[in-house]
Design a protein around this ligand. Structure first.
Ligand SMILES: [Zn+2]
Length: 250
């Protein structure tokens, strides 16, 4: 009996959460995830659990999507249901972004390895790499725009549902990553750095010094494991001494 009531309660709560995820007029052709032209509609339904009491969650939603995002979102939701997990729409969005970063990693790498001017002056105007030189920056900008695309807000009962992943997102060099782990992974892949080593360096220097951590690891890219460990020890000493001298001054 009690169980039945709970189910009824959940159903009525679900009914109360009328979804008015109206697409803004200027975004009517956009994919909600990445801003590319939309051709599909991703139907989100979360039948596993209603977390209404903790925070407002969305039981049902239809979002315009491009083919690529639609496929990723759909398989992410199917997997969650199969495994009996609760995935919010924000979890799915973070997974779509993660996919985009991974799938377009070569295009995104252009922006890490080159500036626009450097690429224009790279001297490949003729020959086999002329096409690459012409299109590389454009491909980078396209990939970055999809990764960075800001989805329009979802409104339930006139209240904007907060993106629970917003706080985790990490912005570095004009690219927005779903979280700092994704950024580390991307830089480690692109620059052939050891991810574990990069993580240790970043832990020492702090998340605000992401650029410095990248530079430090790049300095040691040709070093062997022993030299890298030595460098890490030295860095730890430097950071500790810096902290000591800072606390002496305050
Ligand atoms: Zn898309």
């Amino acid at each position: 009996m009690k169980k039945k009531l709970t189910t009824q309660q959940a159903a009525s709560n679900a009914a109360l959460l009328a979804i008015t995820s109206e697409t803004p007029f200027d975004k009517r052709h956009d994919c909600w995830f990445c801003g590319e032209p939309n051709q599909y509609v991703f139907n989100y339904s979360n039948t596993i659990e209603y977390k209404v009491s903790e925070s407002r969650t969305i039981p049902k939603l239809s979002l315009p999507s491009c083919k690529e995002c639609y496929q990723v979102a759909k398989s992410s939701l199917t997997k969650a249901k199969y495994e009996g997990h609760y995935y919010s729409i924000w979890t799915i969005k973070a997974q779509v972004k993660q996919y985009l970063i991974h799938h377009h990693r070569k295009d995104l790498a252009i922006g890490i390895n080159w500036t626009k001017a450097e690429l224009e002056e790279s001297g490949f105007e003729e020959g086999n790499f002329a096409g690459f030189q012409r299109s590389a920056w454009f491909m980078f900008e396209l990939a970055r725009a999809r990764v960075n695309y800001v989805s329009w807000p979802l409104i339930v009962d006139g209240i904007t549902v907060l993106d629970e992943y917003q706080e985790q997102s990490f912005n570095f060099d004009d690219v927005v990553y779903p979280n700092i782990e994704q950024a580390m992974q991307h830089y480690a892949d692109t620059l052939s750095l050891s991810l574990d080593y990069f993580r240790s360096v970043l832990e020492l220097l702090g998340d605000n010094n992401f650029a410095k951590a990248v530079r430090f690891c790049r300095l040691l890219v040709a070093a062997n494991a022993f030299e890298r460990q030595q460098a890490l020890r030295q860095l730890r000493l430097d950071v500790t001494q810096l902290n000591v001298s800072k606390s002496n001054h305050t």
